[in-house]
Structure formats: C-alpha cells, structure tokens
Design a binder for this molecule. Sequence first.
Ligand code: BYC
Length: 307
Amino acid sequence: MLEESFQEQIDAERKIEPKDWMPDDYRKHLIRQMSQHAHSEVIGMQPEGNWITRAPSLRAKMILLAKVQDEAGHGLYLYSATETLGISREELVQQLHEEKAKYSSIFNYPTLSWADMGAIGWLVDGAAIVNQVSLQRTSYGPYSRAMVKICKEESFHQRQGYEIMAEMAKGTAEQKEMAQDALNRFWWPSIMMFGPQDSDSPRTGNAMKWKIKRQTNDELRQSFIDKTVGQAEVIGLTIPDPDLKWNEDRGHYDFGEMNWEEFWSVVNGNGPCNKQRLAHHKKAHDDGEWVRNAAKEYARKQELLLN
Ligand code: BYC
C-alpha cells in the first residue's frame, strides 16, 4: 500500500521530500549515488589543485581557484542533501576511506600539463553538466534542488576549460600539441564517466523506475559526444577516435569501443592515481581534525550559554 502510493507520487512527477515515507531500497540507492557524487566533487579538487601554484597568469590562477572552491561547495551541498536521508557526514567519509563508497573514475588520472586544466573544464565538467542537467529532474527534492545550483556553476567551469583549449589550440605549434595531447588522454576517460553500457549497468533498472536517473548511461554519453564533436572542430583539435562519424539514420555520432577493462580496473581501485587520491584525502581529513573538534566545542559552549 505504502509502496504503491510512493510509486504513484513518482509517476505523477511529485518530488519525494525527506520526511515522506520511502522504501528502504530507494533511500539506500540515493545515499549511495548522492554520497558518491559528493565524494567525486571533493576528490575532484585534487587533479586541478595540482596546478593552482603553476597557473600561467594571475587571471588564470584566480579562475582556477574559484573553480576548485566551487567543487568544495558542490561537495557540501551534496553531503548536506545526503544527510537528509538519515546518515551522518562522518559515516559517509568513513565509507570513502574504507573504499566501500566510490567516486568518479575520471579523477584517478594524472594532470600532467596546464592544458589538462583546459581538458578537464571542457570535457569533464562538460560531461558532468550533461549528467547533472538530467539529474535536476531527479525524484528526490533535496538532490534535485542541489543540482540546479551546481549546474549554474558547472557552465562557467566548462567555459573556462574550453577557453584554455581554444587559446592553446591557436597558440604556438607546441601549445597546440599540448592541447591535442590533453584531449588524447582525457577523451576516453571522460566518456567513461557516464558509467558502464546500459546492458552492464545493474543500478539503472531501479534508478529509472524511481526516476532517480532520468536518462540511461548510454543516452547521456551519446548526448555528450554529439555536443562535443563540433566544439573540437571549431578549435581545430581532433577527437582521438577513428570510428567517430555522423550517422544520418540515427541522427547521432557513431563512436568506437571503450576499453572496459581499463574502466573496471580504475573503478575497482587500480587506476593510475587511486591510491594517491585516497591517501591525500585521508591525510587532509586527519590534519583537519582539530578544526572539527574546535567547531564542535564552540557549538557545545554556545548551547550551554543558551540553556
Ligand atoms: N566511476 O549500475 P551503474 C564531478 C559504478 S562529476 C566510478 O551504471 P549508477 C566533477 C557505480 O557506482 C562526477 N564508479 O551505476 C566534475 C556502480 O557501483 P556501486 C560525479 C562508477 O549509479 C568536474 C557500478 O559502477 N558525478 O563531480 O546507476 C570537476 C555500476 O554502475 C562509474 C556523479 O556522481 C564511474 N564513472 O550509474 C570536479 C553523477 N560509473 O555504486 C567534480 C551522479 C559507474 O553499485 N551519479 N560506476 O558500487 C550518477 O549519475 C550515476 O551514479 C553514474 C553511475 C552514472 C555515475
């Protein structure tokens, strides 16, 4: 009975709010996806943080700093939204540290040159927007509202990355080569961000039934590829996929086979930077313990004063 009226509410496009009744599996599914999304935002600060001190101009440095701070903010909205489901931030961070919770595979690749800041903004944030615009219509109210604000900031991120790539592509031959090299290294990992193919995605069935996901992994991946091919052409860079070609019948680009072995290896903790990313997060968390303790103590004293 409760399940039926829950599903009716979903089917009628009414948002589920924290105090509404929801099936336990819906709650668990959301905690998993939203917390992994939050962890991705926070771990995603590392590859870009690597270049803040080496940005080529004051303007570039200010923009990159602002972008990385935005990612921290996105993490906070998403952790707060996840906490409305009855789990604490401490537990969520613990799950990350114990490798029970994942974060996006893309952040396990190294950032080797300044052009990588361009490739990340253009491709990684570009892919994130395609996914998150779709998630604005997700069925859980707090997640959906967090997405609206996040998408506004992601558009600025995508543009700053595309600007870096465009500038480098029309610079010296060496700069153009750096931009092309960054595109070569980040293209495939970026399209892997959308997850396994639909036929291999165990979570998609429930996610679509409960309207947590509004489009499947393959639909979103195709939409990102269709948008991005023209952008590469405009700045004179070549997407590293010989099978990429317009398919008149489908009205979409056909593209080559992804390296699924590489994808699962990165997802399962064995990518080029998995160990480094997690170790850095744990160290920052430990180093910040005194701040959390001070904040707790301050809150305790304020409460004593009020009572
Ligand atoms: N990386 O059944 P599936 C950003 C896991 S953007 C790692 O398809 P689902 C940012 C998946 O979790 C990035 N793991 O699952 C941008 C599942 O394992 P579990 C963050 C992946 O959930 C720029 C298993 O594989 N965005 O933050 O239906 C700068 C089977 O997959 C990946 C989001 O998180 C992957 N790429 O679909 C800074 C968006 N793909 O959990 C920051 C929200 C799959 O069962 N999330 N797996 O152990 C989603 O839309 C969905 O969760 C996914 C996966 C499309 C990612």
